[in-house]
Write a protein that binds this ligand. Structure first.
Ligand code: GCV
Length: 638
């Protein structure tokens, strides 16, 4: 009999699939009566999830501090949350819930460092996600039926979008660009816009504005005009009317994100116009409604073809600085190339002085093991902020790693990157360690015997990835197109040279690395001092970027006393050993993961399988890269 009952209980316990992310899992059976005050999503969330017995008051004080700043005052008798905006109150509510989950409620004063804290989805209308590694798009367009002015959505889709909005709001994200920068013109069709409106209505109560990526040729492709020339009056009128239509549907619409004249996308250059001409035309249409244009600087292979690829964005945009309308923001990837495991910061942030700048980070791990490797990205983003001070940016965008997988991100630990992005977008002064600890406690268990070693693993994981993929400043030696495994010898005569790995490492019998110093491509000259001089000389260039900026002899003595070749081998070995160590830690922690939450076997097992895969991949990277470079270095195989 006892056995039967136990079995039934076990059947009832649903395996934790990671879908609840870092959010509180247990909803109150009866809404809490201890929470009172300003109506809205903050009140609803606290009624559902606040478990304390100290009364909570929500005060919306429109005259209070500006923006989404909030104050939590906690005394033994009462907790008061106040803000000048409903979304500020909501952020305060999530902070309180976070403190409750972590077991310590205290007073807080908080304000966001960036006013724009955006996710960029690279989701396509056909349900695929460019560089998505967690299933298909969460926007199920086919599960939305337009009927007259209404959009009927399946309950499952509605729930998923609300869960998504909630997760974002809980970490302070306040805007989402819902489609790929390689944008389909159809995104602006009347039918799709109606569906976008339905999505935006679910996001708005969580303080999240909707933005769209647009295809610059839409007036031609969708509007039937003979041109998309930004100075053509018909084209300008088309955009104005399209923007008016969007704002009739969504008065709080945020604006457009644009990839133009880059990787085959149309743009103003097709009509011999500048990026400023293109951006300003859209800005003029959006301005009366308070909308913005985020114009991407990820542009290469057009006007400056043949120039070192990492220099092209500055060459293109720096002469235009000062020519953009006030509601244009230039959005630039953290590094000058393309989301490599390690890059120096992009010198666009030094050279664009009169136009507001936004940084684009990549949460989805295109070049850092996709959703198969445990790589915690906060340390990489902090490295970027240590060179480009957050004060110089008005916003921050993260390319989302979210899909329709049950656990949202493919790898359970990839959730930490979504979480860390939001937390840093709110407060870039938080340390990687604080964020990792917080996330582990909220997502797994508060048991220090688990949190301490796993925090250490997370913190070491980015450097390990750099070591087993591309140490010492090597870059872009990935396999073509999917960018997953190694291909240091990659060369395709029919591809642009700047997509070929051999272009980036320039290995020969003398040495390895891309000479970007004043004796080479001169990319170092695009940096402000002290970086310009520091990067320019082999003797002062940080060793972790040495081969990014210099072609270095194989016999060069590194600071360790090893030759360059020996140092390269040491890094590859260290990377592999680190992943072996991460796996050993995870195995040791199995009992703690399992006992933390009686139904956590699934998550443990899924992470376990991925770590094994990562171990095999790290070995493959080491073998492939060292085998390839060895003959250049004049070394014999082992
Ligand atoms: C959205 C890289 C990626 C592309 C991506 C592009 C971009 O080239 O591989 O998939 O396209 O960056 O950021 O525009």
């Amino acid at each position: 009999m006892l056995l039967l009952v136990t079995c039934q209980l076990m059947l009832v316990a649903v395996a934790n699939d990671g879908s609840s992310l870092w959010l509180p899992r247990e909803r109150n059976i009866q809404p809490s009566t201890f929470v009172k005050g300003s109506k809205g999503m903050a009140l609803e969330e606290l009624r559902n999830y606040y478990r304390g017995e100290v009364p909570v008051r929500l005060k919306l004080n429109r005259k209070a501090r500006s923006g989404d700043a909030y104050i939590i005052t906690a005394t033994p008798e009462r907790i008061t949350l106040s803000s000048g905006t409903p979304s500020g109150l909501l952020y305060a509510a999530y902070d309180l819930l976070r403190m409750q989950q972590l077991g310590e409620v205290h007073s807080v004063e908080s304000h966001p460092r960036f006013s724009l804290r955006l996710l960029n989805h690279w989701d396509n209308l056909d349900g695929s996600v460019e560089r998505g590694y967690a299933g298909k798009s969460i926007w199920k367009w086919e599960q939305m039926q337009v009927s007259g002015k209404k959009v009927i959505m399946t309950p499952a889709l509605r729930q998923r979008i609300c869960d998504y909005a909630r997760a974002n709001a809980s970490i302070g994200i306040n805007g989402v660009v819902i489609n790929n920068v390689n944008a389909s013109p159809k995104m602006l069709s009347a039918e799709v816009l109606q569906k976008v409106q339905a999505i935006s209505q679910l996001l708005e109560p969580y303080g999240i504005r909707t933005y769209l990526s647009i295809n610059f040729a839409s007036p031609k492709a969708l509007g039937g005009l003979p041109t998309a020339d930004p100075l053509d009056p018909q084209v300008r009128l088309w955009w104005q009317q399209k923007v008016d239509e969007i704002y009739r549907l969504m008065p709080r619409f945020g604006g457009f994100l644009v990839k133009a004249n880059s990787e085959g996308q149309p743009g103003p250059g097709d009509y011999h116009r500048t990026h400023a001409d293109g951006a300003n035309m859209l800005a003029d249409a959006l301005q009366p409604h308070g909308g913005i244009v985020m114009w991407r600087c990820f542009v290469y292979g057009a006007n400056h073809k043949g120039e070192d690829r990492v220099k092209q964005a500055v060459s293109e945009f720096q002469p235009l600085d000062g020519q953009f309308r006030q509601n244009v923001i230039l959005q630039t990837k953290n590094g000058p190339l393309d989301f490599q495991p390690r890059e120096p910061y992009s010198p666009v942030f030094d050279q664009i002085k009169q136009t507001p700048n936004m940084a684009e980070l990549q949460i989805t791990q295109e070049y850092t093991g996709q959703s198969r490797h445990l790589v915690y990205l906060a340390p990489m983003w902090k490295e970027f902020f240590s060179h480009v001070h957050p004060m110089r940016l008005c916003g921050i965008a993260g390319v989302a790693n979210i899909g329709d997988d049950a656990n949202w991100c493919g790898h359970h630990f990839s959730q930490a990157n979504w979480y860390a992005f939001g937390r840093l977008a709110w407060n870039p002064d938080l340390s990687s360690e604080e964020i990792a600890r917080e996330w582990l406690q909220l997502t797994f268990t508060k048991d220090e015997a688990f949190v301490r070693p796993m925090t250490e693993v997370m913190l070491a994981s980015h450097e390990a990835c750099v070591d087993y993929m591309m140490p010492l400043g090597l870059h872009h030696i990935f396999q073509f197109d999917h960018h997953y495994g190694p291909d240091p010898g990659g060369f395709k005569p029919d591809y642009p040279l700047e997509w070929c790995p051999v272009y980036y490492h320039q290995a020969d019998s003398l040495g390895v690395g891309f000479d970007r110093s004043s004796t080479g491509s001169g990319a170092t000259a695009q940096y402000r001092e002290p970086y310009r001089s520091m990067y320019d000389k082999v003797s002062t260039c940080p060793e972790n970027l040495l081969l990014w900026f210099h072609h270095v002899p194989w016999s060069h003595r590194m600071k360790s006393g090893l030759t360059l070749w020996e140092e390269l081998c040491a890094h590859y070995n260290r990377g592999v050993n680190e992943v072996d160590r991460f796996h050993a830690v995870w195995q040791e922690l199995r009992p703690l993961v399992l006992s933390a939450d009686g139904n956590d076997a699934r998550r443990w097992q899924e992470v376990e399988e991925r770590l094994r895969h990562q171990q095999a991949n790290a070995r493959e990277w080491r073998r492939s890269c060292l085998d390839y470079f060895r003959p250049f270095a004049g070394e014999q195989s082992e």
